[in-house]
Design a protein around this ligand. Structure first.
Ligand code: NOJ
Length: 560
C-alpha cells in the first residue's frame, strides 16, 4: 500500500458559522478562525476542512452557493481567506474547501438566467422537465421535505432540487457545465488550497429516464435515490474531473456519499482508478434510522456497528482508503449518540469512542467541539432551531397530525443543530463564541464543557485527542497496519487488532455502562506489551489475557 500524506493526517472540520465570531455580529467568521489556529496546532491536527464560506443566501447555511469565487460578507473577505490559507500553511497545516457542485443556489447568476427563458445559454446547466398530468415530473421527495421539483412560471416547466427549492440541481450531462466546474476548481487550487471535500458528489449523475419512485401507502412522495445515488455516469464524471483537474495537483479529496456501499467505495477510492482518495459513507450513522428514514429513530446494537466498520475495513484493506468519522455538521454529537453524555460518563465515553475510531485504518476526521466532548442540545421550543431540514420536517409532520412532542424528541436525537450550536471556548457569556446575539443559541452546558477549562486539565478529552493524534505520528502501524476484528459477537466490547510486520496493536473498548470481562483470544501471542493509551489508570504490567474492563473503558496496547 502506497504511503501518502493524507493517509497519515488527521483532519479537523470547521463549520465557520459556529466556530468563532471575531466581530460580535453573532456569526462565526474567517478572522475568528485565524484567532484559533494556534489552538488547532496545539491539538495537533494536520488538515482543516472548511465548510462552505462562499457567497450564499444561506437557505442551507452556505450549501447553497450564489457565487463560487466570492466569500460571504458575514464571513469576511477574499483577503481574509488568503490570510487564513497563509497562516494555516505557516503552521505546517493544510486547508481543504467544501466543493458543492451537485447544486447551486437559485440566486446563482446561472440559475437566474436559466429560469427566465428556454433560450437562455444557461438553461441546460440545470435539470428541467415538463409536468405529468398536471403534477410534478416524478414523485421524488426532496431531502428537506415536499416534492423534489419546483414549478417555474416563466418557462412553464419544473426544475429538480434534491435539497431545498433554493438549491436547484446542476445538469452534469452538459459538458459546458462540467467545464465551468473544472475551471472553478482549478481556480481554487491555483490559489493554493490543498483539496476538496465534495458535497453529495455521488448524486451528480441522474438516470436520464427519470422514473417514478416507489411510494409507501398514504404518502405522496418517495425516494428517488435509486435513480441518482451512484448514478450511471458517476465514475466517468469523477475520472474526467480527476484527469482534467485533480491529477495536476498534490491534493486530497474526500467525497460525501450517502448510500455508498463498501464495494462502490472500493471503486471510488481504488488507487489505479483515479477518482477520489476517500469517501464518507453513511452506514454507521444510518444505524439508528428505522424504515421511515432519519427521523424514525431506532435503537442500535454494537454488534451491527462493528459489522459495518469491519465490512468497510475489509473491503478497502488492499486497495482504496477509508475516512473515519463520528461527527460532522449534519450528525448528532457522538458522545450523546454512541456514548453516554451523563456527568459521570461523558468524558470516559468520549475518550473511548475516540480511541475506537482513531485506531481503525483510515484518515480520522474530528468535528469542532468533538475534541471537547461536546453534547447534543435540547431547546424546548422549535423556534429556537435554525436548520432548514429540521424546520421543514417539523412543519410537515405537525401539519399531518403528528404529536409535536414526539417530533421534538426525534429532533433532540437526530437534528443537525445538535452539531451546530456554537463552539464552547470558555465559561463567559455565550461560551466565548460571541459577545453579540448568537445565530443559534449556545448549548447551556458551556459553563462546564469548554476549551479553556479543558486546556487547564491534563486529563481532559482535549488532551486525550492530542495524544491520539501524536501516537499516529509516532507509530506507522496506526496508519498502515492490517485490521482484524476479534470477539465479533461480543455485545459490549469492540476489540480489534492491527498488524504490521511483527507488531500488533490491540484495541479494546467497552461500549457499555457495565463492567465487562475482556478475554484475549488464544491465537494472539506476544513477548512484550506496551500500553499506548487508556482512559482509566492502568497498571503497566497487568496481565491482559483476561481484563476486567470498567464502564466505557478503552485501552490500546502495542504487542511485539
Ligand atoms: C450535505 C451537506 O453536508 C449538508 O449540510 C447539506 O444540507 C446537503 N449536502 C446539501 O448540500
Amino acid at each position: 500500500m502506497s504511503r501518502k500524506w493524507w493517509k497519515e493526517s488527521v483532519v479537523y472540520q470547521i463549520y465557520p458559522r459556529s466556530f468563532n465570531d471575531s466581530n460580535d455580529d453573532g456569526v462565526g467568521d474567517i478572522p475568528g478562525i485565524i484567532e484559533k489556529l494556534d489552538y488547532l496546532k496545539e491539538l495537533g491536527i494536520d488538515v482543516i476542512w472548511l465548510s462552505p464560506v462562499y457567497d450564499s443566501p444561506n437557505d442551507d447555511n452556505g450549501y447553497d452557493i450564489r457565487d463560487y469565487k466570492k466569500v460571504l460578507g458575514e464571513f469576511g473577505t477574499m483577503e481574509d481567506l488568503e490570510t487564513l490559507l497563509d497562516e494555516v500553511h505557516n503552521r505546517d497545516m493544510k486547508l481543504i474547501m467544501d466543493l458543492v457542485v451537485n447544486h447551486t443556489s437559485d440566486e446563482h447568476q446561472w440559475f437566474k438566467e436559466a429560469k427566465q427563458s428556454k433560450d437562455s445559454p444557461y438553461r441546460d446547466y440545470y435539470i428541467w422537465r415538463s409536468g405529468k398530468e398536471g403534477k410534478e415530473p416524478t414523485n421524488w421527495e426532496s431531502a428537506f421535505s415536499g416534492s423534489a421539483w419546483e414549478y417555474n412560471e416563466a418557462t412553464g416547466d419544473y426544475y429538480l432540487h434534491l435539497f431545498s427549492k433554493k438549491q436547484p440541481d446542476l445538469n452534469w450531462e452538459n459538458p459546458d457545465l462540467r467545464a465551468e466546474i473544472y475551471d472553478m476548481m482549478r481556480w481554487w487550487l491555483d490559489r493554493g488550497i490543498d483539496g476538496f471535500r465534495m458535497d453529495v458528489i455521488n448524486f451528480i449523475s441522474k438516470d436520464q429516464s427519470y422514473p417514478d419512485a416507489e411510494v409507501e401507502e398514504g404518502k405522496q412522495y418517495g425516494s428517488g435515490a435509486p435513480y441518482f445515488m451512484n448514478g450511471p455516469k458517476i465514475h466517468d464524471y469523477l475520472q474526467e474531473m480527476n484527469e482534467q483537474v485533480l491529477s495536476g495537483y498534490d491534493v486530497m479529496t474526500v467525497g460525501e456519499m450517502p448510500g455508498v456501499t463498501p464495494e462502490e467505495g472500493a471503486l471510488y477510492t481504488g488507487e489505479d482508478r483515479d477518482e477520489l482518495n476517500m469517501v464518507f459513507n453513511f452506514d454507521h450513522v444510518d444505524l439508528d434510522s428505522g424504515p421511515g428514514g432519519k427521523w424514525d429513530v431506532k435503537s442500535w446494537s454494537l454488534v451491527e456497528l462493528k459489522e459495518i466498520f469491519t465490512r468497510w475495513q475489509n473491503q478497502l484493506a488492499e486497495d482504496g482508503w477509508n475516512s473515519l468519522y463520528w461527527n460532522n455538521h449534519d450528525q448528532p454529537r457522538v458522545v450523546s449518540r454512541f456514548g453516554n453524555d451523563s456527568e459521570e460518563y461523558r468524558e470516559l465515553s468520549a475518550k473511548m469512542l475516540a480511541t475506537t475510531l482513531h485506531m481503525l485504518k483510515g484518515t480520522p476526521y474530528i468535528y469542532q467541539g468533538e475534541e471537547l466532548g461536546m453534547t447534543n442540545v435540547k431547546f424546548s421550543n422549535i423556534d429556537e432551531y435554525r436548520d432548514i431540514e429540521t424546520l421543514n420536517m417539523y412543519k410537515e409532520k405537525v401539519e399531518q397530525g403528528a404529536d409535536p412532542d414526539e417530533v421534538m424528541e426525534a429532533i433532540y436525537i437526530k437534528g443537525r443543530d445538535n452539531a451546530r450550536t456554537p463552539m464552547q471556548w470558555d465559561a463567559s457569556e455565550n461560551g466565548g463564541f460571541t459577545k453579540g446575539e448568537p445565530w443559534l443559541a449556545v448549548n447551556p452546558n458551556f459553563e462546564k464543557i469548554n476549551a479553556e477549562q479543558e486546556l487547564q486539565n491534563p486529563a481532559s478529552v482535549f488532551y486525550y485527542y492530542q495524544k491520539l493524534i501524536q501516537l499516529r505520528k509516532e507509530y506507522d502501524i496506526i496508519v498502515y497496519g492490517d485490521y482484524d476484528l476479534i470477539l465479533g459477537d461480543h455485545k459490549d466490547i469492540y476489540a480489534y487488532t492491527r498488524t504490521l510486520g511483527d507488531e500488533k496493536l490491540l484495541v479494546m473498548s467497552n461500549f457499555s455502562g457495565e463492567k465487562v470481562e475482556f478475554e484475549l483470544p488464544e491465537n494472539i501471542h506476544y513477548q512484550n506489551k506496551k500500553l499506548l493509551i487508556s482512559n482509566y489508570d492502568v497498571e503497566e504490567n497487568e496481565d491482559i489475557s483476561s481484563v476486567p474492563l470498567k464502564q466505557y473503558e478503552t485501552r490500546c496496547y502495542l504487542l511485539k
